[in-house]
Design a protein around this ligand. Structure first.
Ligand code: NAD
Ligand code: ZN
Length: 341
C-alpha cells in the first residue's frame, strides 16, 4: 500500500483492493451517500454493504453515465435525494466512478449545506491520477465545467487491481494524462512508460502521476502558471478533440506531439522522437490523420488561453521543466505540421 498527501486536505491510498478504513474515522458521522456511475454499480453496492456493516446508514444514488452526470439538473436531483435521506453536515458523500462522477460528487458535496465531507473511489485511470485529486469540481452548462467550486476530498482510494482490469480504451485514456504528468514533472515516470509502455505496473504509474498532480496542486491551488503545466498537450489537444471523433486522451496524445515539436523549435529541446515512441508503446495516436486542418486552426484562434499577444502554450525546456509562454504563429504551424495538420 502507498500513501500520498495532497496539501493538508487529502490522503490518497493506492493499493490492491479496498482498505479497512473505508472513510476517515469520525465519531459524529451517521450517514453516507454514495454517488455512482452505471458501470460500477456493483462496486458501489459492495462499499454500501461494508459501510452498513460498520453501523452507518447508507444511500446509493445512481448517476447518468459520462458527461450526462455533470449537469445542474442531476445536481438538483441528488440534492433532493440527500434531503429525503437526511444527510447532515456531519455526514459524508462518496463518489464512485470516473472523473464525471467524482466531479459531480465533489460539486454536490461542496455546495450541499455549504459543504460536507467528500471521499472519492475513482474507478478509471484518468480519475485516479487526475480528476479526483486537486479539488476542482464542476458541472457543464453551455461550456464544460462552467459552474463549480474548489472542494477537496478528505480521502481518495485508488484500487490498482480494478485499474489493471479496465478496458483498453480507458487505460489508454488515463495513460495519456499519466505520461503528460511525467513530461511536466517526473523523469522517472517518463522512463518507466518509455521502457515498459502498457506493461508498466499500475501502482507505480499511479503513484508517480498522482505525485506530480499533488506537488503542482500544493504549489498552486488556483489556476495560474504552475497549475497550467497540467495543460501540456491540451491546447492543440482540445482543438483536435472538437474537430474529430478521437477521445480526450487520444487528442491529448496528438497535442503532446505538437507541443513537443513547438518545444523543439522554440527551446531547442530534442524531445519529439521519444514522445512519439512512448505514445506508440502506450497504444496512443501520434498524428491527426483525416482531421480537417482548417477546422483545427479555427478552433485554436478561439482558444480561451489566447490574449492580445497571441496564444499561450505549455512548452518543455527539458523533461520536468515546463514553461507557459506565448508562441508565434510559425511556431504553432510547425507543431501542427508535425502531427500532419
Ligand atoms: N476535476 C478535475 O481536476 C478533472 C481533471 C481531469 C478530468 N476531469 C473530468 O473527468 C471526466 C473524464 O473522466 P473519465 O475519463 O474518468 O470519464 P467518465 O467518468 O465519463 O468515465 C468514462 C466511462 O468509463 C466508465 N467506467 C468508469 N469506471 C469503469 C470501470 N471500472 N470499468 C469499466 N467502465 C468504467 C464510465 O461509466 C464511463 O462510461 C471529464 O468530465 C473531465 O472534465 C476533471
Ligand atoms: Zn486532459
Amino acid at each position: 500500500m502507498e500513501e500520498l498527501r495532497v496539501g493538508d486536505h487529502t490522503k490518497v491510498l493506492i493499493q490492491a483492493g479496498l482498505p479497512e478504513e473505508l472513510v476517515p474515522p469520525r465519531m459524529d458521522r451517521s450517514r453516507v451517500a454514495i454517488l455512482t456511475q452505471p458501470a460500477v454499480t456493483e462496486r458501489a453496492m459492495t462499499l454500501a454493504r461494508l459501510l452498513d456493516e460498520q453501523g452507518l446508514l447508507v444511500e446509493v444514488v445512481g448517476l447518468p453515465d459520462r458527461e450526462e452526470a455533470k449537469t445542474l439538473d442531476v445536481a438538483v436531483s441528488v440534492y433532493e435525494a440527500l434531503a429525503s435521506f437526511g444527510l447532515s453536515r456531519h455526514d459524508t458523500i462518496v463518489g464512485v466512478g470516473g472523473g464525471a462522477a467524482t466531479d459531480l460528487a465533489g460539486y454536490v458535496a461542496g455546495t450541499w449545506l455549504r459543504g460536507v465531507e467528500v471521499v472519492h473511489y475513482p474507478t478509471t485511470l484518468l480519475a485516479s491520477v487526475d480528476a479526483s485529486l486537486g479539488g476542482k469540481t464542476g458541472v457543464n452548462l453551455a461550456g464544460k465545467n462552467l459552474v463549480g467550486v474548489f472542494w477537496h476530498p478528505t480521502l481518495v482510494v485508488v484500487d490498482t487491481d480494478l485499474l489493471a482490469n479496465l478496458p483498453g480504451s480507458l487505460i489508454a485514456e488515463g495513460m495519456a494524462e499519466a505520461y503528460k504528468a511525467g513530461l511536466v514533472g517526473d523523469p522517472d515516470l517518463c522512463d518507466l512508460l518509455g521502457s515498459q509502455g502498457l506493461s508498466a505496473p499500475m501502482a507505480e504509474v499511479v503513484r508517480h502521476a498522482a505525485g506530480v498532480k499533488a506537488r503542482i496542486v500544493e504549489v498552486d491551488e488556483r489556476e495560474s502558471d504552475v497549475r497550467a503545466y497540467l495543460n501540456f498537450g491540451h491546447t492543440v489537444g482540445h482543438a483536435v478533440e472538437f474537430a474529430s471523433s478521437l477521445s480526450h486522451g487520444e487528442s491529448v496524445a496528438v497535442g503532446m506531439v505538437a507541443a513537443s515539436a513547438v518545444s523543439e523549435r522554440v527551446m531547442g529541446f530534442d524531445v519529439v522522437s521519444s514522445v512519439v515512441a512512448t505514445l506508440q508503446k502506450l497504444g496512443l495516436p501520434t498524428r491527426a490523420d483525416g482531421i480537417d486542418p482548417a477546422r483545427v486552426a479555427d478552433l485554436l484562434r478561439l482558444d480561451k488561453k489566447r490574449d492580445r499577444e497571441g496564444l499561450r502554450m505549455v512548452l518543455l525546456r527539458g523533461v520536468a521543466d515546463p514553461v507557459l509562454m506565448h508562441v508565434g504563429r510559425e511556431d504553432i504551424a510547425a507543431g501542427l505540421e508535425a502531427v500532419g495538420l
